[in-house]
Ligand binder design. Structure first.
Ligand SMILES: [Cu+2]
Length: 188
């Protein structure tokens, strides 16, 4: 009995040590096998409820909810669409009298990490500055967003009737508060 009692505990210890080492080997293997994929903005961003305002000519705008699944903030720096010769990223600001004016948003649209940005009438929007033809209700138009890391994302938005969004437009975004705004109003 005595010799067995002495050797048995030591065998148990060796067995425990071997089990404890196994997970370390697995971790080492998996970390060498997987190379981290480059995080591209276009892979982290999704858009929902996207739509474009119906218009016969001149100007229109695209809207939707942009969501960022990634771990860092991402920025839309420009946009294009076959529907419009020129596309700008706009914000809407109100002056002291409450008059709303839209203008190019400096720095683009920032979408926070694990957050979202709503593009909506009266807020940030993708502005179509020179329609190539009428945007008919129910038709669909592609829009391509370019991000600050050089990646792009294209979505398709349906054209809808919308009577609002009549803000004035200030092209350079640097106007003085008292200066009269240009006469352009989208869809007016
Ligand atoms: Cu605009």
């Amino acid at each position: 009995m005595f010799p067995i009692n002495r050797t048995h505990p030591s065998r148990l210890l060796r067995g425990t040590a071997a089990l404890a080492a196994a997970p370390l080997l697995l971790v080492a293997c998996s970390s060498t096998d997987s190379t981290p994929a480059p995080a591209r903005a276009a892979d982290a961003i999704t858009i929902e409820d996207q739509w474009i305002k119906a218009a016969d000519s001149d100007m229109s705008a695209a809207f939707g909810e942009l969501t960022n699944k990634g771990d860092k903030a991402l920025t839309v720096v420009s946009a294009t669409s076959p529907a419009s010769a020129r596309v700008e990223l706009h914000e809407v600001v109100a002056d002291a009298s409450g008059t709303k004016t839209m203008r190019p948003k400096k720095g683009g649209f920032v979408i926070p990490a694990h957050g979202s940005l709503a593009l909506a009438p009266g807020a940030d929007h993708i502005m179509f500055m020179g329609l190539n033809g009428p945007l008919r209700t129910g038709s669909e138009t592609p829009v391509t967003l370019s991000f600050d890391d050089g990646s792009t994302m294209t979505f398709t938005a349906q054209v809808r009737d919308f009577p609002g969004n009549q803000e004035n437009y200030v092209p350079d975004g640097d106007h003085h508060a008292g200066a009269p705004a240009p006469a352009h109003t989208p869809g007016a």
